[in-house]
Design a protein around this ligand. Structure first.
Ligand SMILES: Cc1cc2nc3c(=O)[nH]c(=O)nc-3n(C[C@H](O)[C@H](O)[C@H](O)COP(=O)(O)OP(=O)(O)OC[C@H]3O[C@@H](n4cnc5c(N)ncnc54)[C@H](O)[C@@H]3O)c2cc1C
Length: 377
């Protein structure tokens, strides 16, 4: 960057996308501040495990100078995968080879810590919930946060996820319900407390589906397993059933009825969980999602292209972040950098979004997943 004075860059969202962007900018001597609504790095459970792919997420980590550290923390054995039918018969079982590193798993919290620890102190301003982006398109932009704080920025990067506030500055699009809903269930200390489930899931994941219902369980670090009970239901299926998300016993009884024909072993993923279920209806942005170039506002990750969770979201978010940061470092103005970034990012994400449009339904398919027949990496 040759511009003087240096542009004021505000990244909204300290998820994997926003943090990767800040890290790569800093490696190139570009200052950026990250604003997140969380009160602090440990304010909430970060969710389950993520697989970072060699052809996108890992490229970003290499540019961030964190790839070797990632491999030290990651779980390559997590690439193990079993596909079963509802009576528990194994249809497909992939056991990763010794050196298989195409998509190792890492807990989301560990990935966030890896990225956070790599940033200059004070980069992330916690407790900042963005309300609106004001100011003219030619800049400077004025960011309004809950509680009344405002700041000025020459470039606003929306890395604020599915329900992005930044997105509203460039696009009227909002996510739509996919028709498929996840219910998350947690299992702790599985070796001693849930040995049968630990064996069912192995070191990676186990999935089963009957066309209308599915179960998907994944090993996380720290002897945890997370399971997703996947159903084709209205987004409000819990309240429509006269229940609340906290009504664990009532939800469990409803699920046991719905999964009554499934094997008792698989049904333990519904009955034996620790603590309440977490309701996660699956939303996606309309396809294609594009917007008129704006030299002072851009989007990355889920804010730009929320898709069904089929293993690409975090990878695309990190690749977007990498390419945007490199573009900023290499161009004279942030406007030129944004234009160059969007020229690649928008067609790429549109192509993937088209492939995954409606694919949440595929999670319920009785057909073996594509990766069961694809060449092993
Ligand atoms: C159940 C489930 C399982 C998934 N599994 C996988 C998987 O295995 N592999 C994969 O690649 N992807 C997976 N995904 C998708 C993946 O989680 C997302 O694509 C990824 O997290 C997107 O990263 P991001 O940085 O764009 O946004 P996020 O991770 O959503 O981060 C957004 C950040 O912005 C902050 N924020 C939001 N609004 C504001 C605001 N107004 N002001 C300030 N801060 C704000 C949030 O606190 C958050 O820290 C899964 C998704 C779900 C729902």
């Amino acid at each position: 960057m040759n511009t003087t004075p240096a542009p004021r860059i505000a990244i909204i969202g300290a998820g994997p996308g926003g943090l990767t962007c800040a890290r790569i900018l800093q490696r190139h001597g570009v200052t950026a501040a990250v604003y997140d609504r969380d009160a602090g790095p440990a304010a909430r459970d970060q969710g389950g495990t993520l697989d970072l792919h060699a052809d996108n997420g890992q490229i970003a980590l290499r540019e961030a100078g964190l790839l070797e550290e990632f491999f030290r923390l990651a779980r390559p054995e997590g690439q193990e995968m079993r596909q079963m039918d509802p009576d528990g018969t194994i249809l497909f079982h992939h056991v990763p080879g010794q050196d298989e590193r195409f998509k190792p798993e890492i807990d989301r919290g560990r990935l966030r810590d890896l990225l956070l620890d790599s940033l200059q102190p004070g980069t992330v301003r916690w407790g900042h919930t963005l309300r609106t982006v004001g100011g003219p398109a030619e800049g400077p932009r004025r960011l309004h946060f809950a509680g009344g704080a405002t700041i000025e920025a020459d470039l606003v990067i929306g890395a604020d996820g599915a329900w992005s506030e930044v997105r509203r500055a460039v696009s009227p699009a909002t996510p739509r319900y996919s028709g498929v809903s996840f219910l998350e269930a947690w299992f702790h200390d599985v070796t001693t407390r849930h040995p049968d489930i630990a064996e069912l899931v192995g070191q990676g994941s186990a999935a089963a589906a009957d066309g209308d219902r599915g179960l998907f369980a994944q090993r996380n670090g720290g002897d945890h397993i997370r399971a997703y009970i996947i159903q084709r239901v209205p987004a409000d299926w819990i309240t429509a059933g006269g229940l609340t998300p906290q009504a664990t016993d009532g939800i469990r009884a409803l699920l046991l009825e719905r999964y009554r024909d499934w094997s008792p072993r698989l049904r333990r993923l519904i009955t034996d969980n620790d603590g309440p279920y977490v309701d996660r209806p699956i939303f996606a942005l309309p396809v294609p999602h594009v917007w008129e170039h704006d030299p002072t506002v851009t989007l990355l990750g889920d804010a730009a292209h929320l898709m069904p969770p089929l293993g690409v979201g975090v990878n695309l978010a990190m690749l977007d972040a990498c390419e945007l940061a490199l573009a900023i470092a290499r161009h004279d103005t942030v406007g030129e950098a944004v234009r160059a970034y969007e020229k690649t990012m928008l067609p790429r994400s549109t192509e993937t979004a088209r492939l995954l449009d409606g694919a949440a339904d595929g999670l319920l398919s009785t057909e073996p997943p594509d990766f069961a027949t694809a060449d092993d990496h």
